[in-house]
Design a protein around this ligand. Structure first.
Ligand code: FPP
Length: 224
């Protein structure tokens, strides 16, 4: 969800103003998913690298995440949205983690849309944490090194219950993936769009879904 800071700066407002506007777009996009046939939506809210921002911005974002969860929980539950969080929770404030756990628990039986929020998430960090747990299982004798293959590692990733992404959308004109779902996106289709996240809309998501539908996905094979 890139471009919040530039969106705010263009209006002469502090960066957090852009993040608040960005949070409102999350609601619109989640609401649009059932109509567009999107069952799984993953949003990148805070990366393992975002701690490098000023203390004011980081604290403001953490407070925004707490407010979002508190304010949206009821609507998410009522709309059938199942919420999951991925990322390393150890560095997050305890109060925020409690709210995250509660939201996951209260929406656990929902199945209309599966919303995954990546918070203190980094693709490399995720693979490193997964590898550590895998190595622990090998050391404990629960897993043989001979059984480690492409199917094994994903079972240790934060996303182990989720399908791989079909389409990754990067807003704000940046053409890089910035540590997002590195393993899972091996065969994802990409859209790099100029729109700043607070200007992103359900209409634009519809347009991107239509364009995705016309793509020829071969997964390395030759078309029949
Ligand atoms: C990147 O844009 C955006 C973030 C680091 C924060 C994203 C968070 C939200 C949209 C808040 C809502 C999230 C939830 C889960 C409700 P940037 O700040 O790097 O923008 P810039 O590149 O223009 O500076």
């Amino acid at each position: 969800m890139d471009g919040n800071g530039r969106w705010a700066q263009a209006r002469g407002r502090p960066r957090l103003f852009g993040h608040h506007a960005g949070a409102r777009r999350v609601r619109d996009v989640v609401e649009a998913c059932p109509d567009l046939g999107i069952k799984y939506l993953t949003i990148f809210a805070f990366s393992t690298e975002n701690w490098k921002r000023t203390q004011v911005e980081v604290a403001g974002l953490m407070s925004l995440f707490r407010r979002y969860i508190t304010r949206e929980a009821r609507a998410l539950k009522d709309r059938g949205v199942r919420v999951r969080f991925i990322g390393d929770r150890l560095r997050l404030d305890g109060k925020l983690v409690v709210l995250m756990d509660q939201l996951e628990e209260m929406t656990a039986s929902n199945d209309v849309v599966h919303l995954t929020i990546a918070l203190n998430y980094g693709g490399r960090d995720e693979v490193a944490r997964a590898t550590k747990r895998l190595a622990q299982d090998v050391a404990a004798g629960c897993l043989s090194p001979d059984d480690v293959d492409e199917e094994t590692l994903p079972r240790y990733l934060d996303t182990h219950v989720l399908p791989d992404p079909d389409l990754v959308i990067r807003t704000s004109g940046e053409a890089r993936i910035s540590n997002f779902l590195l393993w899972q996106s091996a065969y994802a289709e990409y859209e790099f769009i100029d729109t700043l996240w607070p200007d992103f809309s359900a209409q634009e998501l519809r347009r991107l879904c239509t364009s995705y539908g016309a793509r020829d996905r071969r997964f390395g094979a030759v078309p029949a």
